[in-house]
Design a protein around this ligand. Structure first.
Ligand code: MEV
Length: 398
C-alpha cells in the first residue's frame, strides 16, 4: 500500500519576532528537532480522516484542515487519509511546531497527489506547472481567511503531463502553503518567517529590502487589515566559526498560542500608534545583529539578542517564567532572549558551553533542548507507490 513520510525542522528566532509581522528585518535558524508526517489511504473509504488513529477534528488541527481545503478536496473525489504525526518539537512553545507540521504535511500531500504539468522539462520551474502555488505565480486566494474550500490553484496552462512522488515537491510551494495556513491560524497576521525556515532549513533572513550580501530566495506579500506587508527572504551562509556555538532552548512549559500574542501587540499599537517606534527599534537591533552574524562575531550577536529581549519585555510579550530562564542562562551564554511569540513557551541562549548553559536552565526549572546552528530543511523520508490520488486531467483550468 502507498505511503509517504515527510519531515521538517522546527525553528528558533535570533532577532525580530513580532517586529517582522510589521515588515521589519528578522533572522530564524532551523533547529535539530523535527516533525514528521506520514500519509496513507484509509482501508475503508467510508471512514473519516484519522490523525494518530483518532477521528480528525478540524478545530484541533486547523493547519491540516487548511491544507486539506487547498490540496485534497473531497468534493474533487480525494479519498480519506490516515495521518501519523511524530516529532520532538514541543507544541505551542515558539519553536515553529505548527509551521513544521504544515510544511511537512504540504510536502506529503503534494507527493501523494502529484502534479499536472503543461509540459515536461524543468519540473521545479513553476512555468511548467498546470497546478500549484509558487512565489512567481498569482496566489492571492491562497491566503483567504474564510472556511470555504479554496480550490487547488490551477494555472492558465493545459494539463498535459503528470508526475507524482518526491520530484513533484517544491520547497517554495510548501513554504507558501505553510505561510498561508499560518496566516489563517493567526487571523490574517503572520510573517512567512516560520514556514520558510522550516521549508528551506539553514538560517533565513527576512528584510524590508533586497540584501546583496545574502542569497535571495523570494519576495512574499500579504495584505493585512492595516496595510500590505512585503518581505524579501534570503538564506545566510554561515562561516566556519558557527560550528563553535550552540543554541540552548529552555521551555517554560507555559502554554502560549502565537495568535494571542500577535493580537496583543496589534491592539497595543492600535491603542497607541507611537508604539510602532518600539517595533522599529527591534528592526534596528536585528539589522545590527545580521551584520555581526555575517562577520562571525558571535559575542556581538549574543549582545544584540539580549538587547532584543529588553525590547520584547517592553512590548509586553515576555513573562516572569521566561525571564527566570533567561537570567539563569546569562552567566554561561553570549546572549539570551525569548524565541517565538512569547507569553510563555521558550527562550533561547547562544552559547559556547551548551552543557553548562543547559544545566543552569534546568536548575531554574526549564526543560532544555540543544541544537547546533543551521540544520537541514524539508525532507522526504519515504515515498512508496505514489500517487495516492490524482485530480482529473479533464478538469478545465480556472
Ligand atoms: C512566531 O514564531 C513569530 C511571530 O513574529 C509571528 C510571525 O512572524 O508570524 C511572533
Amino acid at each position: 500500500m502507498g505511503q509517504v513520510t515527510a519531515s521538517a525542522p522546527g525553528k528558533c528566532i535570533l532577532f525580530g519576532e513580532h517586529a517582522v509581522v510589521y515588515g521589519e528585518p528578522a533572522v530564524a535558524v532551523a533547529i535539530e528537532q523535527r516533525i514528521s508526517v506520514t500519509l496513507a489511504l484509509l482501508e475503508s473509504s467510508e471512514s473519516p480522516w484519522k490523525i494518530d488513529g483518532i477521528h480528525f477534528n478540524a478545530r484541533k488541527h486547523p493547519h491540516v484542515q487548511a491544507l486539506r481545503n487547498r490540496m485534497w478536496q473531497s468534493s474533487q473525489g480525494a479519498p480519506n487519509l490516515s495521518i501519523q504525526i511524530h516529532g520532538d518539537i514541543p507544541p505551542a512553545s515558539g519553536l515553529g511546531s505548527s509551521a513544521a507540521l504544515s510544511v511537512a504535511a504540504g510536502a506529503a500531500l503534494r507527493c501523494a497527489r502529484g502534479r499536472w504539468y503543461s509540459e515536461p522539462g524543468d519540473i521545479q520551474n513553476p512555468e511548467t506547472w498546470a497546478e500549484g502555488y509558487a512565489h512567481s505565480l498569482e496566489h492571492a486566494e491562497i491566503y483567504t481567511l474564510d472556511r470555504k474550500e479554496v480550490l487547488a490553484h490551477r494555472l492558465n496552462a493545459s494539463p498535459n503531463h503528470y508526475l507524482s512522488g518526491e520530484e513533484t515537491v517544491s520547497e517554495d510551494e510548501c513554504a507558501l502553503l505553510g505561510h498561508a495556513v499560518e496566516a489563517v491560524a493567526q487571523k490574517g497576521r503572520a510573517s512567512p518567517m516560520d514556514a520558510s525556515t522550516c521549508a528551506h532549513g539553514g538560517v533565513v533572513l527576512l528584510s524590508d529590502q533586497l540584501e546583496s550580501d545574502f542569497d535571495f530566495l523570494y519576495t512574499r506579500t500579504l495584505a493585512m487589515d492595516d496595510g500590505e506587508r512585503t518581505w524579501h527572504l534570503h538564506s545566510i551562509d554561515l562561516p566556519e566559526a558557527s560550528k563553535e556555538v550552540f543554541l540552548v532552548i529552555g521551555n517554560t512549559g507555559v502554554y502560549a498560542p502565537t495568535s494571542q500574542q500577535v493580537a496583543k501587540v496589534a491592539s497595543a499599537i492600535k491603542a497607541n500608534p507611537e508604539r510602532i517606534k518600539e517595533i522599529e527599534t527591534i528592526g534596528l537591533i536585528a539589522r545590527r545583529g545580521i551584520q555581526h552574524l555575517k562577520n562571525g562575531d558571535y559575542e556581538a550577536v549574543g549582545r544584540a539578542m539580549s538587547e532584543n529581549q529588553i525590547m520584547l519585555q517592553g512590548l509586553g510579550v515576555s513573562c516572569p517564567e521566561l525571564e527566570n530562564l533567561i537570567r539563569a542562562a546569562a552567566p554561561t551564554s553570549l546572549g539570551a532572549k525569548l524565541t517565538g511569540a512569547g507569553g510563555g513557551g521558550c527562550m533561547v541562549a547562544l552559547t559556547r558551553n551548551p552543557k553548562q548553559t543547559s544545566e543552569a536552565i534546568e536548575l531554574a526549572g526549564g526543560r532544555t533542548l540543544i541544537s547546533k546552528f543551521g540544520n537541514s530543511g524539508l525532507s522526504i523520508e519515504k515515498c512508496e507507490n505514489m500517487p495516492l490520488w490524482s485530480s482529473e486531467r479533464s478538469m478545465p483550468p480556472q
